[in-house]
Design a protein around this ligand. Structure first.
Ligand SMILES: [Zn+2]
Length: 796
């Protein structure tokens, strides 16, 4: 059978039983296969009149319809709900047309592209001394090129083998590293592999271009030299040799390996055969399918060989499985929509990877987790290299976006390789240039803490180059800028972050802290990197409650504004009667403020916000003299019920001039968290708004719920509103230079040290008289203040 096997939509979309039943029903309507040839020598399959079309599948039914029409999966990563590309025979084109399917033609004649490529390959060989990268190369030519690289650069390159394919062909590769950097045997390794999918010819060309780049540019390009010295690169260009040879001899569009599945079908999709979450979504149990997962995890010699090779090279930190086409950079997970445990580092690396690729030739790539960026795919290489082997694993889809598909013109080999190398080099550089563990503060680095009270600082330690050793993450803190640090008690949070308990000193004193963790290799990493020598710092402030309202009694809140135009669902105060969209109880106590009271057993849309907005505004809140203030409240918001879900927003504004002008504090919706009901606490600081708001005596807050989408059900509620001022009741003690809450001789000593440092460094830390110069006058002013403090309210 010369043509690719019949496709089946991703398993997500279909119950397996339904798919099996369907397969039986459609066998009579198979797409026209390319005509068989009777000559003795096998003739290549032909695809005359075949088109590649783009179709947007909106439902499982759409996927079934495409399958019934005999459209075959085109694309490396399969098809699913969303834009999908198919190879369609002339007969299938007629069936799609009859079924009224909207299809955009990407390639008018697939055979013409195959012919063009075949001519180019032949022509390039006729030219005298054509460059290796001027055209596509056979399995034997790639093998010979590796031998020639090893012969030319024997000190840096050696040939490796992962093992034999199903038909006994060698899955060869090249190992490259420079003479500099860490000792041999200690270098982190980068694994690049390609041509798991046989028809994706550009990938084998690109991985060999990168091998050549590392060797040929080593002497002249300092960046290449650094990356070749610091890492050991392992490049396995043809993971699926049997399939690749078959694409040259018989069927240019063959994807899978050459396994005889024993039921008249051929080929396992090796990129659904890896043994991490094997057999889940986005892989098929049917041997005829392009995404056939095989008889079991690692059932295929090709994936077994790669698995064993990777396990035998435990220093692999970056593993990129290169595919084409679609211009994608795909991180874990493929098998689930859930974020992977190291999503933070992948977010950083994906963004830089993408930007670096795009910067070379301006091609547009998309980066993100596989499942949420394209479709589910279980048993893919990237999930195993990350989930089981512990490497930062990616799948990459090279050029183009469908104009040429798998038959990418050979004159794009070099530019595709250049941009791919740029992306990989950026990732490899970033990992060298940044701390080997990623230490972050998910709620931000606190600029202030509550004075004379226990505070919680949330931090997180995640893998970057190295992996954190369990139980080694610690936060050290002290009050003031001198003295020993102590280790905080740390507890784990549900999201994997850590909460450290610290006790702040008196108002206006500083709290210094840093985080420390160890890698599994024993390396200590601190944030900030200098640890105790240059720690982070927060100011201890008092935070008395200056305004609080639980809406239990009628307060001074007002309903309505000149812009209000809702025809129902205006704000009321009381005990809500619940619906699917409205709370059935206040957050605490008996009452809250909410949008529109319905009747017991009333309809979902009864008394929700309709046809405009409704505004709830606080009375004046006096924050005069406070350096900052924190607002918090519990809110309820639902916009996902009814005919137009996710169309509206709920906004909160703050005013410092009694309501004459407003600054947006938060916007809930139109989609995302907080839009499906439920009481959620929100809080924000005036200083953290954009732009920051300075506290005054004329503060107000307003809540606006609106219904702008026709047919949407909008319900909002607010309860337990509270405002805390942030500051100290007394001005800071001018003599407490080190801010430890006491005026003592150490303050003078530290001031003098800082003053000398200013003179040496040209800095202005001790310019206490504000004349933009560091002079003896500053010392005199400080010492006078220190003397005065000793006898004053904050004296030592
Ligand atoms: Zn592929």
């Amino acid at each position: 059978m010369p043509c690719s096997p019949r496709p089946r939509p991703a398993a997500t979309a279909l119950a397996a039983a339904a798919a099996l039943a369907l397969l039986v029903t459609i066998t009579g309507a198979r797409a026209q296969q390319p005509p068989a040839h009777t000559a003795n020598a096998p003739q290549p399959a032909r695809f005359d009149g075949y088109q590649v079309v783009r179709v947007v599948n909106r439902s499982p039914d759409d996927l079934l319809r495409m399958m019934r029409a005999g459209a075959e999966v085109w694309d490396c990563h399969g098809v699913g709900i969303g834009p999908s590309r198919y190879l369609v025979s002339p007969d299938a084109q007629a069936r799609l047309k009859a079924a009224g399917v909207q299809a955009q033609v990407l390639i008018r004649d697939v055979q013409a592209l195959i012919d063009r490529e075949r001519d180019q390959v032949a022509q390039a060989r006729e030219l005298r001394g054509p460059g290796y990268f001027s055209t596509y190369r056979t399995y034997a030519e790639i093998s010979a090129f590796i031998d020639s690289l090893v012969a030319t650069y024997p000190a840096m390159a050696s040939r490796v083998s992962a093992g034999p394919s199903l038909q006994g062909r060698d899955i060869f590769g090249i190992r490259i590293t420079g003479p500099g950097g860490p000792p041999a045997g200690a270098k982190p390794q980068v694994l690049l592999n390609s041509l798991q999918h046989a028809r994706e010819w550009i990938t084998g060309a690109t991985s060999m271009w990168i091998a050549n780049q590392l060797l040929a540019s080593y002497a002249t390009d300092s960046r290449v030299r650094r990356l070749a010295d610091q890492y050991e690169w392992i490049i396995i260009p043809v993971v699926n040799p049997d399939g690749y040879v078959y694409t040259w001899s018989t069927n240019r569009l063959w994807r899978k390996n050459r396994r005889d599945n024993g039921n008249g079908t051929t080929g396992v999709d090796t990129n659904r055969n890896w043994g991490y979450q094997w057999g889940g979504e986005g892989a098929s149990a049917l041997g005829s399918d392009e995404t056939y997962r095989g008889a079991g995890p690692f059932s295929e010699p090709e994936t077994q060989a790669m698995r064993d090779f990777i396990l035998a090279n435990p220093r692999i930190v970056i593993a990129v499985d290169i595919h084409s086409y679609s211009q994608l950079i795909l991180s874990p997970w493929s098998y689930t929509a859930a974020p992977c445990p190291d999503a933070s580092i992948f977010d950083i690396l994906n963004a830089g990877f993408e930007a670096a690729v795009e910067s070379v030739h301006g091609m547009n790539y998309t980066a993100g987790p596989t499942y949420t960026t394209i479709y589910p795919a279980s048993g893919a290489a990237g999930d195993w290299t990350y989930g089981a082997a512990g490497a930062l694993g990616w799948g990459m889809e090279l050029r183009d976006t469908g104009q040429n598909g798998f038959t990418l013109p050979a004159d794009q080999i070099v530019p595709t390789s250049e941009e791919t190398w740029a992306g990989l080099a950026w990732v490899a550089d970033w990992l060298l240039d940044n701390p080997p563990l990623l230490i972050t503060f998910p709620r931000g680095v606190p600029a202030s803490v509550a004075a004379a009270a226990q505070n919680t600082i949330v931090f997180s330690v995640q893998r970057a180059f190295l992996r954190p050793a369990p139980g080694t993450a610690a936060l050290f803190w002290r009050v003031g800028r001198s003295g020993p640090f102590q280790q905080a008690a740390v507890s784990s949070q549900a999201d994997g972050s850590l909460a450290a308990a610290v006790t702040a000193g008196p108002c206006n004193s500083v709290l210094q802290f840093y985080v420390e963790a160890q890698s599994t290799t024993g390396q200590v990493v601190r944030f900030p990197s200098a640890g105790p020598a240059a720690p982070l710092e927060a100011v201890a402030l008092q935070s008395p409650v200056v305004f609080a309202d639980g809406f239990e009694t009628a307060g001074a809140w007002t309903v309505g504004s000149p812009q209000d135009n809702a025809t129902s669902g205006q704000w009321v105060r009381g005990t809500p009667i619940g619906t699917a969209a409205q709370p059935a109880a206040a957050h605490s106590g008996a009452a809250c403020s909410f949008t529109g009271q319905g009747s017991p057993g009333g309809a979902l849309g009864e008394a929700d916000v309709d046809n405009g907005q409704t505004t709830l505004t606080s009375p004046l809140i006096n924050l005069a003299g406070a350096p900052d203030a924190a607002f918090s409240y519990w809110r309820w918001y639902s916009n996902n019920a009814g005919a137009a879900p996710g169309a509206d927003t709920f906004v909160v504004d703050v005013s410092a001039d009694g309501g004459a002008s407003w600054t947006r504090a938060e916007t809930v919706g139109p989609a995302g968290p907080g839009t499906t009901g439920g009481w959620i606490q929100a809080s924000w600081r005036l200083s953290a708004l954009s732009p920051p708001v300075t506290p005054t005596s004329q503060m107000k807050v307003r809540f606006i719920a609106s219904d702008l989408g026709a047919g949407s059900i909008i319900e909002a509620a607010v309860d337990d509103f509270e405002v805390r001022s942030f500051g100290c009741p007394l001005p800071p003690c001018p003599g407490d230079w080190n801010r430890d809450g006491a005026v003592v001789p150490a303050d003078v000593a530290e001031f003098i040290s800082a003053w000398v440092a200013d003179l040496q460094n040209g800095t202005l830390v001790t310019d206490v008289n504000g004349d933009l110069a560091v002079t003896p006058a500053d010392v005199a002013l400080f010492v006078n203040a220190w003397n005065a403090s000793l006898s004053g309210a904050c004296g030592g």
